[in-house]
Write a protein that binds this ligand. Structure first.
Ligand code: FES
Length: 137
């Protein structure tokens, strides 16, 4: 193979690569706008202490409930603008300190806006030994 042909082949592969990058750069915002998301790798959080007799355990990212033979976890991230929700045991609600959205603790549904979307349920595995719960975030 002579030198001119080799240079031309390198040029084609470089051109093809740059075309690929250009296409990706063009379509990525379109895919994002259409709702395409790259799936997040799951993280498993081990809970080694039992929930309180009141049936809940507050962590940094979620609140774990275990009552009436049911267990579930809700994200503490407000669906309005992302503030950390607080659990009010006396009223059995989750409330946002930023704009006072309220959420039902059993369904995660919005009880009072401005939030419009329900809270994210996180899968919980209850176990007999340590860790007592494994929450997938
Ligand atoms: S961030 Fe929670 S209500 Fe606005």
């Amino acid at each position: 193979m002579n030198k001119t042909v080799q240079t031309r082949q390198k040029s084609y592969s470089r051109r093809a690569f740059l075309t690929f990058l250009g296409t990706l750069a063009f379509f990525y915002p379109v895919l994002q706008f259409a709702g395409f998301k790259i799936p997040k790798k799951p993280t498993y959080v081990n809970i080694n202490k039992p929930v309180t007799t009141s049936g809940f355990l507050v962590t940094t990212d979620f609140i774990l409930f275990d009552r009436d033979n049911k267990h579930w976890a809700l994200s503490r991230k407000c669906t309005h603008l992302g503030c950390k929700l607080n659990y009010h045991e006396d009223r059995d609600i989750l409330e946002c300190p930023c704009h006072q959205s309220r959420f039902n603790v059993e369904t995660g549904e919005v009880m009072k806006g401005p939030a419009k979307k329900s809270l994210t349920f996180l899968p919980v595995e209850k176990r007999e030994d340590d860790p007592l719960y494994v929450v997938t975030t």
